[in-house]
Design a protein around this ligand. Sequence first.
Ligand code: WTA
Length: 702
Amino acid sequence: MAQAPGKRLATEVSEAEIAVHWKEERYYHPPARFIAQANLADPAVNERFSVERFPECFREYADLLTWDRYWHTTLDTSEAPFWKWFVGGRLNACFNCVDRHLAQYGNKAAFIFVPEPEDAPHEVITYRELFTRVNEVAWVLREVAGLRAGDRVTLHMPMTPELPVTMLACARLGVIHSVVFGGFSGEACGIRAADSGSRVLVTMDGYYRNGNVLDHKAQADIAVRTAEQEGQQIDKVLIWRRFRDRPASDTPLRPGRDYVMNELVSQHAGKIVEPVSMDALAPLFLMYTSGTTGRPKGCQHGTGGYLSYVAGTSKYIQDIHPTDVYWCFADIGWITGHSYIVYGPLALAATGVLYEGVPTYPDAGRPWRIAERLGVNIFHTSPTTIRMLRKVGPEEPRKYRYRFKCMTTVGEPIEPEAWIWYHEVVGRGEAVITDTWWQTENGGFLCSTKPALDAMKPGSAGPAMPGIYPVIYDEDGREIPPGSNKAGNICIRNPWPGIMQTIWGDRDRYVRQYYAKYCKNKNSKDWRDWPYFAGDGAMQAADGYYRILGRVDDVINVAGHRLGTKELESACLTVPEVAEAAVVPVVDELKGRVPDVYVSLRPGVNPSDAIRDKVVRAIETTISKIARPKTVRIVPDMPKTRSGKIMRRVLAAISNNMETGDVTTLANPDVVEQIRTMVQGAGPVRTAAGPEDIKRFGETST
Ligand code: WTA
């Protein structure tokens, strides 16, 4: 890839570029001060990770870990596309994140926990203390809950230290954890717990959110009930107490099923559990994510490959040194938290900040006060948080004396305007920014600038990561010429150690979803025949940088959270009055995209606000408040093809004030005009162009 020249690029402006309303921006260069201390400042990395050196190049990441037994085969493709990394190796993830640091860093903070109430004290957890807690919990999981290597356990917890402690305790035993984002409803948790076959649910009784203590225990009861309806018995619920001295929830305990973790742990204080030496290929965890069907899929990540990849990328891209104070402002309940709060940073003996609450509680200065007070020098968050903090407190960062050396953004495309505020105001013009593009399925970053080596370009995720070779295809599998600034579907030509192993319990779906579309030969054992289909639109500029345009499938990215439209639609259909539902993304200034809901009613039912409210509540209880729709529109009928397929693309165009395109071939073209007038008013349509993901919405389902 070309090194960035320091001037504005004069590339051809493509249709897709106009569509995202961003022009090519100038380059920003990393300052000498950053380069001088960076983990990765040697440009020879490009050479080391060149395609000729694949797959052995990834030894460099695996060698960051401590192995019980070294592997004999770096990449085994004999069951393509089920990739096997570091075959023959054995290791324990918890040992790598905790035990091996004790000699040198035992008294150093592993985590600094910041509760949401500002007057509550911070809690410092050293590596030594983390070791003690993890061992006690591992003891309880093994001796009280009866969990063994290979069992699955669901964790539905907030952002408190008990969450990473429980995850690491699972990893110590080889138990596969499946963490469900704490903000998901009990129902959503129960469905995932059932899919994973968890007999044990670990939760917390309550937590702070925006100044209130939420009753989280109540969600556990719903989760157990839902799992049971799905055919999965959960026989133990282990409940952490948010407060040492009192319950945070009034919801009663169920004798024989519910146990208070704090009590169990104190009964077994000081117990030590030997880490179980695991096969490199043993699953480490499941992380459920949304896709093109109504059922969330459990992305299965393995131990050796995953841990190598997150350790390597945390070192090179996050530039974490043991002396840094690193704050990733994501929730551990998402993949970013797994890879870049827990496993990657701890593998490198980092000190990490864990913050319980919302960014703007009690005001928009909170993050900067935390950064100042704790000496945070690496910061990591999402475009939505950046936009929100900018909107409510654009001058706040200037009031505090923190100093960031590098900052990350992840989860959604970031518009240059927000990027520039992040750089100039939050980063004081001196912090390097990495815009990291990747997905739950990927384990770690796929595209990002290497912070000391590559110039930054606002709005671009940058070049591919070392050892990652992307390609952009059109719908028919023709390669879009590299560097041509034309939009298409971004794929990765090669496997890498962080790629998921499979979808839990559904190998066919794994192949169908990610590989079938562009596979060159289904019987091939050669990785070159199996490009990974990411489900994102992207274009590559002449300098080799990728701009990610958003999802090309039925997924809506709300504030960096992935929601499947089919899941939302099934939630709407639980309302008895609703006959049909269609959910589409609508552009939102703060959250990137939010769902817009269209429903048609059963014959004889009249539209009413009560029905709209029911639809909103159904979405909140079956999924989460994060999925709350912008509007619920009751329409006389859905626009449909003659074969009866709902044309979501047409509805997406209407919701976003765009032209609907030719609808004359639909079964009911008149209804389009009716809906358009209802939503956009009687005036003319405002725009022909629009964001790529909205224009193509619902077209590319696999
Ligand atoms: C989107 C989050 C643009 C993308 C780590 C992807 C991004 C989906 C970026 C995955 C970025 C993530 N720029 N878009 N830097 N990072 N995305 O699985 O559409 O929660 O497919 O993983 O987020 O979301 P997920």
